[in-house]
Ligand binder design. Structure first.
Ligand code: ASP
Ligand code: MG
Length: 404
């Protein structure tokens, strides 16, 4: 059976007009004789709205009931799609997770899909039906409704592709694909034709909002090729696949930048075993996400400077926590808002020497001061002054030949 999984995001099903458009897309695959499994997200705004309702009821809304509530948006979208397909003469029906079923663990709000029963859907496909599966939801072994994390219908689509061994998994969204950098920030951003899972994972984690990061990890583990494309324009999108499938001469696949980071420096910290842990423990307890960390070697063996970055929104809270921390001694606390993290991402840097140098040099040429650096196998990130972000993007985009 030639199966294709088509996933439609919230904006793609955001209005009745758009749902009619989506149905035309589904029909085009039907005409090509594909067996189609559709996964839909809720109409845009609906999930957010349900979440704010839950907050009005209680700040401690039961997480099991939260899942019942927020998963309801998908039900609406699925029935609208199925009914419209049937309106144009195709056989279609909606499938909620419990009807299939899609089994998850019991971690409400953030469950993981464990297995998907295939029989009923396969039978339905065989008689020519087009199942419209509610994304984002599952049930646990106690038949309680679960949800799999914000943006989770991506993961639903990936796991359906895995269990049904789909030939293709296409993620329809409101952008044309994945770009070398945010096209809203840089006009010269180019659509990427093919990108590896690893690069995509870094880009998504750094804020490219095209896909939910965990779903990319699921796709990577299961070797599922994903195509990301627009449901508004009929144009080729971006293929996310394994490195081996990519014949590409670009060292860097993309550049990302953040907007609201802040930098915290503890000057003259007493250098003894366990200080770093002492500093970060209360932060993590308070759910403050620490991003980059650098510690200088202490010149005199007694004191060191420690710098880390957080989200700017967490700055005041962090300040309070550090000042209240009796377990650490330091001379001065420096706080700086208005910094931004600029990262270059590319598997090419593993085998190409000199990438770090080229990045630093092109920033230096533009008189951009680097405040913090961190690297991983396929990524180099720097913290710079927020006002220089655009300049940095332009320079790096050009340096790594992404302009053309
Ligand atoms: N509707 C859910 C959300 O907004 C799931 C999704 O969009 O993928 O998070
Ligand atoms: Mg969504």
């Amino acid at each position: 059976m030639k199966i294709v999984v088509l996933k439609f995001g919230g904006t793609s099903v955001g209005s009745i007009e758009r749902i009619k458009k989506v149905v035309k897309i589904i029909n085009s695959y039907h005409k090509k004789r594909y067996k189609i499994i559709v996964v839909s997200s809720a109409m845009s705004g609906v999930t957010n709205d349900l979440i704010s309702k839950s907050k009005e009821i209680s700040e401690n809304f039961l997480s099991s009931e939260y899942d019942v509530l927020v998963s309801s948006g998908e039900q609406v979208a699925c029935s609208l799609i199925a009914a419209r397909l049937s309106h144009i003469g195709l056989k279609s029906r909606s499938w909620l997770s419990w009807q299939i079923p899609i089994i998850t663990n019991s971690t409400h709000k953030n469950a993981k899909i464990l297995s998907i029963y295939k029989k009923k859907i396969l039978d339905y496909l065989k008689v020519g039906g087009i199942p419209i599966v509610a994304g984002f939801q599952g049930i646990d072994i106690n038949s309680r409704i679960t949800t799999i994390g914000r943006g989770g219908s991506d993961a639903s689509a990936i796991m359906l592709s895995k269990f049904f061994e789909a030939e293709k998994c296409i993620i329809y969204t409101d952008v044309e694909g994945v770009y070398t950098t945010d096209p809203n920030k840089l006009k010269k951003a180019k659509k990427i034709k093919v990108i590896s899972y690893e690069e995509m994972l870094e880009m998504a984690s750094l804020g490219a909002k095209v896909m939910q990061p965990v779903s990319i990890q699921d796709a990577r583990l299961n070797r599922i090729n994903i195509e990301v494309k627009s449901s508004f324009k009929n144009k080729p999108g971006t293929l996310i696949t394994k490195r081996k499938n990519i014949v590409n001469n670009k060292i860097i696949a993309g550049i990302s930048s953040t907007q609201n980071d802040a930098k915290v420096t503890l000057v003259g910290v007493k250098d003894k075993p366990g200080v770093a842990a002492m500093i970060f423990k209360p932060l993590s307890k308070n759910l403050i996400n620490v991003d980059m960390v650098v510690q200088n070697i202490s010149a005199n063996g007694k004191e060191t400077d420690l710098t880390f970055t957080i989200k700017a929104d967490d700055l005041n809270k962090t300040k309070k926590i550090i000042e209240a921390n009796k377990n650490i001694k330091f001379r001065k606390l420096l706080l700086k808002k208005d910094v931004s993290k600029v990262s270059i991402i590319g598997v090419g840097m593993v085998t190409t020497p000199g990438v770090t140098f080229r990045m630093f040099q092109s920033l230096a040429k533009k008189n951009i001061n680097i405040q913090v650096i961190s690297t991983s196998e396929i990524k180099i990130s720097v913290i710079i002054d927020k006002s220089k972000t655009k300049k940095a993007l332009i320079a790096l985009h050009k340096e790594f030949k992404l302009d053309n």
